[in-house]
Ligand binder design. Sequence first.
Ligand code: KMT
Ligand code: NI
Length: 231
Amino acid sequence: MALSNLKKEMQLMETSCQVVDEGWPEAWYMVPDAEVANQKCENRLSPNKPVDVAAMRALGLCYWKMDADTYSYPVKSIPWDPSEAADPRLAALRDDRGYSYADVLTIHPDFLPNFDTHVKNFFTEHIHDGEEIRYILGGSGFFDVRDPHDNWVRVHVKKGDLMTLPEGIYHRFTCDETDSIHAMRLFIGTPCWTPINRFTTDTENHPSRKQYVCLYCTPQGLNDDQGETKC
Ligand code: KMT
Ligand code: NI
């Protein structure tokens, strides 16, 4: 690419929410839950079965690479107005997607009271009736999402990753072995963080789950050429 084009592209990356394939977190299929001795370990299959960007997109995940070095944010879990974003890329995302609320969570044994209980709850499989939007400002952790065949895909998020999980996808979160992650949670409208837990709630009949299945688990969503229709 000519230098001027590269420069233009980099400027566009900085000032807009343009999406690219580069920089996505690494993802892989996990061992079955019965074989998970420590949720904070990678728990890869052997041999490793990677999940590429196209497959992550097919699950409904979205991703933006952010500059978490240049811009700083509050350290506490206090509401923070996304309209104050100094980062033009975050401002563009906010405007494009309508994010109106944000706060910042530091998940670390020294900073989060009842750390173990929180980690246990984050790891309980659930859905939401909206998107889950997380911008990782520091540290790292694992988001696990179910594929349409109910297998776990483990996504290793780290500093600079802004990822969204679509409404209705089965998922869970855990710290990795570093036990430290600092993340911004964004929301459209009045925030609701209450998870709708699978197995203890009739999630299969929840409208958000039905919508997810319709959009991402139909033959077309599965991309296995069994049909043309998409609802
Ligand atoms: C969630 O909803 O599981 C969380 O907020 C986990 C921490 S964000 C990295
Ligand atoms: Ni969640």
